[in-house]
Ligand binder design. Structure first.
Ligand SMILES: NC(=O)c1ccc[n+]([C@@H]2O[C@H](COP(=O)([O-])OP(=O)(O)OC[C@H]3O[C@@H](n4cnc5c(N)ncnc54)[C@H](O)[C@@H]3O)[C@@H](O)[C@H]2O)c1
Ligand SMILES: O=c1ccn([C@@H]2O[C@H](COP(=O)(O)OP(=O)(O)O[C@H]3OC[C@@H](O)[C@H](O)[C@H]3O)[C@@H](O)[C@H]2O)c(=O)[nH]1
Length: 387
């Protein structure tokens, strides 16, 4: 099966070894799954955790046994990193602190994780002539130009002022005390450094800007497989509320807009980048679904409807409540107003298009959430609390 696979230019795809840093996270787990089930490539999977890829590592009888190897390490301080990058043909760096609740409360860890800790990875790839696919973020665009226009300006209708385009749009962040932007700023600087390594030293790189990829295994459910007081990204926050039958919290009224793409669609795009280096090298790619735009309030409403359908439970009388950003995230939070990816470059280079509608992706994801967590939540809620 694998030997006859062709790239986009009709050439047979040769098996390669991939050093995947952050392989134990949400995106990494889906990418490992795809690479094991549909390709002949080998993966050196690096992470501090492996819970989300355990099903790929054990038992030894799995059809891909021997093609995936887990290395438990922290890239902040581990001398094995360079050796592992040297053993591979391609490095994919996914490692990062990337939950907004951390950006303004742990700004130093956020900056170190997204910039300083990524530096050796870039350096080792450049020095050893290894290809790098680096995961950045749509947050590097910051706020849209539209958000600074007067409310009654007709220019607000013009996509030139809000659609985010890799080679045209500016990066607009808030002031320094809005520490929300520390993440985006660190990601922007590492993008610039990688770009400069390409320009000055010939590093072969691809930069990925994910636009809200969501699906099973994203983050954690507080108190079940993560800290009770932890604040994950919105999919897991709302899933947790639905599972516990409590109102979904809308930060500052839930007016911000996002486009959500199904993780399985997005992984197809990454596989195309891996297997078509000639088309992907030197490029920055938006990866998102421009057709799945909603406000956070609309997302909450849709998730409530979908969850009612997949769980068979009745809807809550009060499905949502408003909370202020300060109350929910603390001092220094700020938000991206709107995120619609322009798809021209990825379409032209890789012919990729997302397929799954928001309703469909929520249906499969919430079915997974219900199946995975409903029992555990019931048990934990039935336990008497110690006082
Ligand atoms: N999911 C999205 O929609 C999205 C959007 C924009 C950007 N991204 C970017 O994509 C990448 C992956 O995101 P994700 O959603 O899978 O996040 P995730 O938190 O699930 O995965 C990141 C993984 O990196 C690991 N890691 C972090 N620091 C490490 C270190 N020092 N050493 C070893 N491992 C370390 C973590 O343990 C985790 O398993 C990140 O760079 C993130 O900024 C994701
Ligand atoms: O319970 C909640 C959680 C979140 N929200 C809101 O929902 C929106 C989305 O929040 P998420 O936590 O998913 O994160 P964001 O979309 O703001 O940023 C994310 O996008 C790009 C990636 O780099 C990161 O994964 C993360 O920074 C925000 O407006 C947030 O304020 C709520 O209204 N209620």
């Amino acid at each position: 099966m694998a030997a006859s696979r062709m790239d986009l230019d009709g050439r047979p795809i040769k098996p390669i070894t991939i050093c995947m840093i952050g392989a134990g996270g949400f995106i990494g787990s889906h990418l490992c799954e795809k690479l094991m089930s549909e390709t002949p490539h080998k993966v050196l999977a690096l992470d501090v955790y492996n819970d989300k890829i355990k099903h790929l590592l054990e038992p030894d009888a799995l059809p891909w046994a021997g093609r995936i190897q887990f290395h438990r390490l922290n890239i902040k301080h581990d001398s094995r990193l360079e050796g592992l990058i040297k053993m591979a043909d391609l490095t994919i760096n996914l490692a990062a602190i990337c939950t907004p609740a951390d950006y303004n409360t742990r700004p130093l860890d956020t900056i170190y994780s997204n910039f300083i800790d990524a530096l050796p990875v870039v350096k080792y790839c450049s020095e050893n002539n290894k290809r790098l696919i680096h995961f950045s973020t749509c947050e590097v665009y910051g706020k849209t130009i539209q958000s600074f226009l007067p409310k009654d300006s007709p220019l607000r209708q013009d996509p030139a002022y809000y659609v985010l385009k890799e080679d045209v749009s500016p990066c607009i962040f808030g002031s320094i005390e809005k520490q929300r932007w520390s993440y985006a700023c660190a990601k922007q600087l590492i993008e610039r450094l990688i770009y400069a390594e390409g320009a000055e030293n010939g590093l072969e790189f691809t930069i990925v800007r994910p636009f809200n990829w969501i699906g099973p295994r994203m983050d954690f459910i507080p108190g079940i497989d993560g800290p009770s007081e932890g604040v994950p990204r919105v999919l897991a926050c709302f899933s947790n509320n639905l599972l516990r039958r409590e109102p979904l919290k809308l930060v500052d009224g839930g007016q911000s807009q996002r486009t959500f793409v199904y993780i399985k669609d997005a992984i197809e795009a990454v596989l195309l980048m891996i297997e078509n280096p000639g088309r992907a090298n030197g490029h920055i790619f938006n990866v998102g679904n421009p057709n799945n735009e909603v406000t956070v309030r609309q997302l909450a409403e849709m998730m409530t409807k979908v969850y009612t359908k997949v769980s068979g439970e009745s809807a809550l009388e009060t499905p949502t409540i408003d909370v202020s950003a300060k109350e929910f995230y603390g001092e220094g939070y700020d938000d991206s107003d709107k995120r619609i990816p322009d798809m021209t470059i990825i379409n032209k280079q890789l012919g990729w298009n997302p397929k799954t509608s928001l309703w469909d992706l929520l249906e499969s994801t919430l079915t997974y959430q219900h199946r995975t967590y409903a029992e555990a939540i019931k048990k934990s809620m039935a336990k008497p609390t110690s006082s």
